[in-house]
Design a protein around this ligand. Structure first.
Ligand SMILES: [Zn+2]
Length: 181
């Protein structure tokens, strides 16, 4: 993750600011210090499984959430339309695909189900893919781990927002000849 204090980075990018807010919310959940209630303008869209698991509002207290749930993170037209509305009309800068362990409804297990759902969102929605490419929005993966009692990040959900932000920040001319793309 880029250093927010680096002056060359300017203000914290909206997707990263939203991710920081979400992580702060989960720390409040873990610490049992949740206070206040969210306002009307969502900061983060959470797409999660409909299976019994702690609700996103419980896991990220104090964060303004926009929540979509389907069994096994199934990606259909209503999911795509709901998330496109959040990103395009409400200006939500971060979409979290939130899976959970021991999911009986998802095709593929655990982190694989999260990566598959995130990939489908970007394959099937031109609007979401363009918002990510433009840096207006990021898609990240997370998973509720019941045995740990906490949410863990799911790595390698492409495209990773931090890598994309770094590539945006670097002028093309600065890329060394022969560097891997
Ligand atoms: Zn599930």
């Amino acid at each position: 993750m880029p250093n927010p204090g680096n002056p060359s980075d300017g203000p914290l990018h909206p997707p990263l600011a939203a991710l920081a807010a979400l992580r702060a919310g989960h720390r409040r959940y873990l610490a049992g210090t949740a206070t206040g209630s969210p306002g009307p303008a969502p900061t983060v869209a959470v797409f999660s499984c409909a299976d019994p698991q702690p609700a996103a509002e419980t896991l990220f207290p104090g964060v303004d959430l926009y929540v979509v749930r389907t069994a096994g993170l199934a990606v259909g037209p209503s999911v795509l339309g709901s998330l496109e509305y959040a990103v395009d009309r409400l200006g939500v800068p971060l979409v979290v695909v939130l899976g959970h362990d021991r999911c009986g409804a998802a095709a593929g297990a655990g982190d694989g189900a999260v990566r598959r759902a995130a990939a489908l969102l970007l394959q099937r929605s031109t609007l979401l893919a363009r918002a990510v490419t433009a840096g207006h929005c990021a898609v990240v993966g997370m998973s509720w781990r019941a045995e740990l009692g906490r949410v863990r990040p799911v790595p390698r959900v492409a495209p990773a927002p931090a890598a994309r932000l770094r590539s945006r920040a670097r002028p093309p001319a600065a890329r060394p000849a022969g560097a891997p793309r």
